[in-house]
Ligand binder design. Structure first.
Ligand code: NI
Length: 154
């Protein structure tokens, strides 16, 4: 069990594209276990590996309905739109209203390497989109809804 340091905006690693996971080995399991601990310690609903300094396509999520691990995730379909407030552990103290799909379906591998499908709406859809953006070096301030500005959240 280990808490890893969360990188914050201004750290150039957050703008980089993460590489696919090809080895489902102990090193990946350690990363996943540490990301889970780090997510719960920070009281977030999602965390991408790049946020702890690892450029691999790995995301952990818990929107209050259970913990999931997404490896090499892809959005396979999306529907509708929502405008809701969003924040990020790597952008401390700021929030903003983003434009996101209302519902998304995501395909991802689990830690055994098997492909699984996940569906999310509302908060979970936002979380999936937000975390997958991290894997391509995109932070939520780039996804603000038209006319919206960043707000000080605390
Ligand atoms: Ni984030």
């Amino acid at each position: 069990m280990a808490i890893r340091k969360i990188r914050v905006d201004g750290d150039s690693i957050l703008t980089k594209t993460s590489r696919p996971v090809t080895e489902f080995d102990d090193r990946l399991f350690q990363l996943l276990d540490d990301m889970k601990d780090t997510l719960y310690k920070a009281e977030g609903c999602g965390l991408a590996a790049v946020q702890v300094g690892v450029l691999r396509r790995v995301v952990v999520v818990d929107c209050g309905d259970g913990y999931i691990e997404l490896i090499n995730p892809e959005i396979v379909s999306s529907e509708g739109e929502q405008k809701e407030s969003e924040a990020c552990l790597s952008v401390p103290g700021l929030s903003g209203v983003t434009l996101r799909p209302a519902q998304v379906r995501v395909r991802a591998q689990n830690r055994d390497g098997n492909w699984c499908m996940y569906q999310g709406d509302g908060l979970k859809a936002r979380c999936f989109c937000h975390e997958l953006d991290h894997l391509d070096g995109v932070l939520f301030p780039q996804k603000l809804a038209p006319g919206e500005k960043l707000q000080r959240s605390r």
